[in-house]
Design a protein around this ligand. Structure first.
Ligand code: ADP
Length: 410
């Protein structure tokens, strides 16, 4: 038969359950260590308590928290050999020393430094799930000597504490890894932004000259210039892909909105890429509102949207095909439409093409390049502007991609 619990042991038990709950809900290491020492002193009726944890590299124990410690004592090392804490750690057993002065392992240095009189110590090893990680000590029992019940209570507390400390350490490690990853991600985004920006200007100059020469060139030169033009346009598509990555998971905070006339904006973007449809001998027809269409947009973001739509129109429309760009006012909205008379989109895929990595063509039978990100990013960016983007089939072939943005008051 188990013995009935005395009032004091039942109180300790209730408190231990409560402490276990507190330790479980704390992930901040300092807070955790302070709770443990406070409870260690309370539960054993001691004046003070301290925790020493094993330094995995030097294999010394180090003070991590103590009720009577000053901040400069934190991290002070205690050797595993010839110290009371070391003996507890190495034997992996509790130890009671009722008069420390009689014990040759007693090292008065630390207590003297903080002017604290140590008389008696009860120390127990702390474990995480696998191995001993440190020592928990209760110091100076206020009345009488440490009892078997104190040993039991402190051992339970040390076990709860060991697991909680390990959990907090793992969470700290995870946080540090996450921060590092975030930092790397930001460096990557910064690099992409810089690289794509630096490459754009010289490439625009190259493209401008080649297109000019291509128009002026005799037929025998034209085909050679076409290859140069194709290569340069391919380079620009790669830069545009880089820009797309820059805007994957972009937030509202990165938006730099400006009041802009959408007609002028579209004309500018198209002017910068006149040569692109030339390669496939496609024609671009414009239907741009004759009056300004004011919108509040981040021009770099909206340029990515328009370029993604134009690239797709060019890509999915055969040689000699037709592309149309339209800007108009519709009620309280500005509508931008990019149309083509290319392959079109199966009606049941009109929504799905805006999901990341979704491509209508099976990846094994693909004829067109691309990653399946352009439309998903365009959708994110349009929605950041409180707008909508969708696709419609065009009669008799091809598709319309429409972007609706709120008109801004002029
Ligand atoms: P990517 O063009 O890199 O494949 P997108 O996200 O831009 O990625 O487009 C996703 C898919 O939507 C394309 O693979 C294609 O199947 C379809 N699509 C996009 N634009 C058009 C278009 N103008 N005509 C036909 N299909 C299109």
């Amino acid at each position: 038969m188990t013995e009935p619990l005395t009032q004091s042991s039942s109180n300790r038990f209730v408190r231990l359950v409560e402490v276990s709950r507190i330790l479980n809900s704390t992930t901040n290491t300092d807070e955790l260590l302070n709770t443990i020492i406070r409870e260690a002193a309370n539960l054993t009726g001691s004046e003070a308590a301290s925790i020493l944890l094993l330094d995995r590299h030097t294999r010394q124990l180090r003070f991590k928290a103590a009720t009577e410690i000053s901040s400069e004592m934190i991290d002070v090392a205690v050797p595993l050999e010839s110290s009371i804490a070391g003996a507890i750690f190495q034997s992996n057993k509790p130890l009671i020393i009722n008069d420390v002065k009689q014990d040759p392992r007693w090292n008065p240095g630390v207590a003297q430094a903080i002017n604290f009189q140590t008389r008696s110590i009860l120390g127990v090893p702390m474990h995480d799930i696998h191995e001993p990680v440190g020592v928990l000590e209760a110091i100076n029992k206020t009345s009488g000597a440490f009892t078997a019940e104190d040993v039991e209570t402190l051992s339970i507390l040390a076990d709860l504490a060991g697991v909680a400390v390990e959990k907090a350490r793992l969470i700290d490690e995870l946080r540090a890894a996450y921060d590092e990853l975030n930092e790397l991600d930001q460096m990557k985004t910064g690099f992409i932004a810089l690289a794509s920006h630096e490459l754009r200007t010289p490439l625009a100059i190259i493209l401008g000259y080649i297109s000019f020469l291509r128009e002026e060139a005799a037929p025998e030169m034209a085909s050679q210039l076409d290859s140069v033009l194709t290569a340069a346009v391919r380079l620009r598509t790669l830069i545009q892909d880089m820009l797309n990555f820059q805007y994957a998971d972009v937030g509202q905070t990165r938006m730099l909105r400006k009041p802009i006339d959408l007609v002028e904006f579209v004309q500018q973007v198209l002017r910068d890429r006149q040569e692109t449809p030339m390669i496939k001998h496609q024609k671009i027809a414009y239907r741009l509102s004759s009056t300004p269409v004011p919108v509040l947009i981040d021009p770099s973001m909206m340029e990515v949207v328009l370029n993604n739509l134009l690239n797709n129109a060019i890509k999915f429309t055969p040689d000699d095909g037709n592309i149309g760009v339209r800007v108009e006012k519709r009620g309280t909205e500005a509508w931008l439409t990019v149309s083509d008379d290319g392959v079109g989109i199966p009606p049941d895929k009109l929504e799905r093409i805006f999901k990341r990595f979704y491509q209508v063509e099976h990846h094994l039978r693909r004829q067109h390049e691309g990653m399946g990100l352009g439309l998903a990013i365009a959708k994110d960016l349009v929605e950041l502007h409180n707008g909508r983007i969708w696709a419609e089939n065009r009669h008799p072939t091809g598709s319309h991609f429409r972007v609706a943005l709120p008109l801004s008051p002029v």
